[in-house]
Design a binder for this molecule. Sequence first.
Ligand code: ASP
Length: 369
Amino acid sequence: MSAASVPLRRVLVVGAVMLLSPLGCASTGVARTDSEQPTSRDVSAPRPKWGLVIHGGAGVISRENLSPEREAEVRAALTRSLQAGHAVLAGGGSALDAVSAAVRILEDSPYFNAGKGAVFTHDGVNELDAAIMDGTTRKAGAVAGLRHVKNPISLARLVMEQSPHVMMVGEGAEAFAKSQGVELVDPKYFFTEDRWQGLQRALEKERSRQPSSSLPSGYDPVSGDHKFGTVGAVALDQAGALAAATSTGGMTNKRYGRVGDSPIIGAGTYADARCAVSATGHGEFFIRYTVARDICARVEYQNVPLPEAADVVINDVLVKVGGEGGVIAMDREGNVAMPFNSAGMYRGYVGEDGQPSVAIFRDALGGPP
Ligand code: ASP
């Protein structure tokens, strides 16, 4: 199916994709062509609708496997993250600062697979990856394989701003962290019982060598888990600048220095002057299909509205090859998309009015639980 042939009805009906109009911001759902875009911020040009979108991971998140207590905690953490990002944007701060602030809060929560709540590798340790990108300058910073850095997103930002490089991994990245005075923690900090049990279940499945056909739908034989849980944020600030940030523990039971899509610029994280994307899902697919850049390239080269471009990549391109997950995305007019092809995705949006909206399942954002 071509991007142009995706019916708008589908874009609107699937709770996974959201245009701004349901949130009180004007949008017809049809993006302007590039020639219609204001080239400078003159007084007659329409002001972009600034705002922030976050995710806390996609996967098999159903009402049956999420207790009401846990759901309330998750919603509260997502709301705090939105509020932190909104405070930055409302004060005239940059999209970069907003996505950093929003992601740090989710990294500090045990409920998401990033920072404190990171999943375990096959060897029973936590290895963290993160990336951040500034859409205006296309500068980017990425880190992978960290074992002691409390907030990987902050280190990714330092790589971008305080080094001549884009990506640093493992011991080198941690040496750089020390030189920058970044907060380091004992690896025990990352231990959570839930994630440890997730690894034990994955190891048990592996030992019993279930044929993939006998695994429940949505079950990932690599991760051995039912959800991904990476965190991310994209933002458009009052000056019209976009930024994207993503942070993750990767996938449960991952092997030998495996790095997923989150810190790979163009795969799990990407921002340019038109479009910003942060992804969550089975990283190997997101790398091979350069998901984040593919969405923004469709916006740039085909003049496809962002929600349509994101929907095609997640619900057509990836579905056809079995790549599970989702993205959050924003364009420079403040249009928002949050498509996912899994059962649920922790996600949220806050715009100029400062009213945070959070959703988990396939219901409309901010709709009934
Ligand atoms: N995309 C991440 C990875 O493959 C996992 C996730 O989204 O939770 O490392």
